[in-house]
Design a binder for this molecule. Structure first.
Ligand SMILES: [Zn+2]
Length: 211
């Protein structure tokens, strides 16, 4: 029979050996996005917190969410305000897609990764298993001067300075070239944006302001 002293000694030994093992096998727990619809906007209230938990810049996560949800928005400290109404589950889904692409290693599934840039390429490098995978770099949404984005359906005012090959009026607006159908050189028009491609805007004239 073991005496009381021996038993306690064994127990103590077991305890001191246990914690390290338990700690190492802790699984990655997907953080939960906390979002609330406020009128015509949706506020992600814990953008800063979840970014920190997955060790990524809030800005990168914000860009991904805006792109995937097809909307515009702004970061204000911990919060991300999105234009439009989005259900929390919808945002959570996109957040999990972000984890799959920009955080979790596709070899071993661990979140211990770093984003690395080499020349024109961006990689996700895993510090747990050493594997490396290319990822697509996220670009900022197209912005005109002042930071606002030109959106389809938006009305703009431009002065037509040239005539395009197809007879459309052409104008410059910030960094954009605007093609306006139904407008001629020399006119100042209001036009409705029907398409935006890179730095080109295609619009239909809705009102001639100056002939
Ligand atoms: Zn890995």
């Amino acid at each position: 029979m073991m005496d009381k002293g021996e038993y306690e000694e064994l127990l103590e030994k077991a305890y001191t050996e246990l914690p390290a093992i338990v700690k190492e096998t802790t699984r990655f727990v997907t953080p939960k996005i906390n979002a609330m619809i406020q009128g015509k906007l949706t506020v992600v209230q814990n953008l800063g917190e979840v970014s920190k938990l997955v060790n990524r810049e809030p800005d990168l996560l914000a860009k991904f969410l805006l792109k995937e949800l097809g909307t515009s928005g702004s970061i204000d400290g911990q919060h991300l305000t999105l234009k439009g109404q989005f259900r929390p589950t919808q945002i959570q889904e996109k957040f999990e897609a972000f984890l799959g692409q920009y955080v979790l290693c596709s070899e071993c599934g661990r979140p211990d990764t770093k984003i690395m840039k080499e020349e024109r390429f961006t990689f996700l490098k895993c510090e747990a298993c050493g594997s490396r995978h290319p990822i697509s770099a996220l670009k900022m949404p197209q912005a005109k001067e002042g930071g606002a984005k030109v959106e389809i359906g938006e009305e703009i005012t431009v002065e037509i300075t040239r005539t395009g090959k197809k007879g459309d009026g052409m104008a410059r607006m910030d960094k954009y070239i605007v093609f306006v159908s139904g407008a001629r050189e020399g006119q100042k028009v209001r036009a409705k944006v029907k398409n935006v491609q890179g730095t080109m805007i295609f619009a239909d004239a809705t009102e001639i302001l100056k002939k």
